[in-house]
Design a protein around this ligand. Sequence first.
Ligand code: APR
Ligand code: PHB
Length: 390
Amino acid sequence: MRAQVGIIGGGPSGLLLSQLLHLRGIDNVVLEKHSRDYVLGRIRAGVLEHSFTEILREAQAGERMDREGQIHDGFFIAHAGVRHRIDLKALTGGKTVMVYGQTELTRDLYEARDRLGGKIIHNAENVQPHAFDTGKPYLTWSEGGQLRRLDCDFIVGCDGYHGVSRQSIPKDKIQTFEKIYPFGWLGVLTRTPPVSPEVLYANHERGFALCSLRSSMLSRYYIQVPLTDSIQDWPDDRFFDELRHRLPGEVAAAMVVGPSIEKSIAPLRSFIAEPMRCGNLFLAGDAAHIVPPTGARGLNTAASDIHYLYHALVDHYTRGDDRGLNEYSRRALARAWKGQRFSWWMTKLLHRFPDDSPYDQRLQQTELEYLFSSQNALASVAENYVGLPF
Ligand code: APR
Ligand code: PHB
């Protein structure tokens, strides 16, 4: 089997790249280790930068997003019982974000691949990249007990943090940077009307909380919990009691409670690998970097990787110009590090760190008071939240 580009991983990064390349006549195959239902069963975040929505439209996969997604002109940060609105539109000269679940856009990308007859191989076991330090890289995997092989010009690792592609790069050719946070996010999905019309982040002495939404009758709520907790420790009523404790009075009073239809705890991690290329193997998305979800950067940074790599591959195949490929890692990392910084900063600002000294806690309070008292500080948050230029 042969294709110009072999893509490992059928998550949002791999599917978006596959669709964009196909539309430019660049032949590619996606190898995904799980079934499509498994991939679509994962509940993830859902705040999209304006530039990401543009890429999805270019990929002919934005129609349902534009129909069902919600454009938000702002978001809230609650502190000391008061809600403060960050007016994104006013602070950025008109930019906004789109609230649309990652699961839904992944489903839209699969359907867009189907419409074009995209080659996606599911249940591809033991995918291995080979010879990517040569001009003739190839992928092997087993499928129904059969060993298969794909010869290609380039391999793109879109296989997430636990994937094989980054692990295949020799240790002396890659450097990683990591920060582990001493808490996780307990997330719940309920078929109830969202308590806040826009995303609401809350800093509280009992810990962080977040009120988000998927639609007018689908709410997504999170609270900060110790990593030692399990979902068994958090029956629905305890979850909602604690969530309401951490919200301003009027928000807590307006909360409509309902049974959880999904509940999970996710650890928080900041991680990034450099460089994002080794020979003819390129890393994109979670395969190269992870951020805590506090800044809503994860998916958007994955999309900017794909933006840079897609244009670089098009330049290579249409004009034989490899400057984009040679610049890919530097450009993608420059933007990814800014996403790392903003996500770390939002996490420091809004969570309760168990080992923080009284001095640290005062600094956090002062950071919040400065933020709400300074248009410049608010503008900085807004420009990062709507997405920095490519
Ligand atoms: N072989 C084949 N596929 C693999 C392998 C492997 N060895 N390992 C992982 N995969 C698949 C996973 O099953 C998954 O479907 O790669 C896909 C990676 O998808 P994601 O983890 O969603 O990563 P990415 O597409 O880069 O999307 C990044 O996902 O986690 C969120 O916050 C993150 O929003 C960001 C987005
Ligand atoms: C979500 O809607 O799940 C969500 C929103 C904002 C975040 C993280 C998650 O920062």
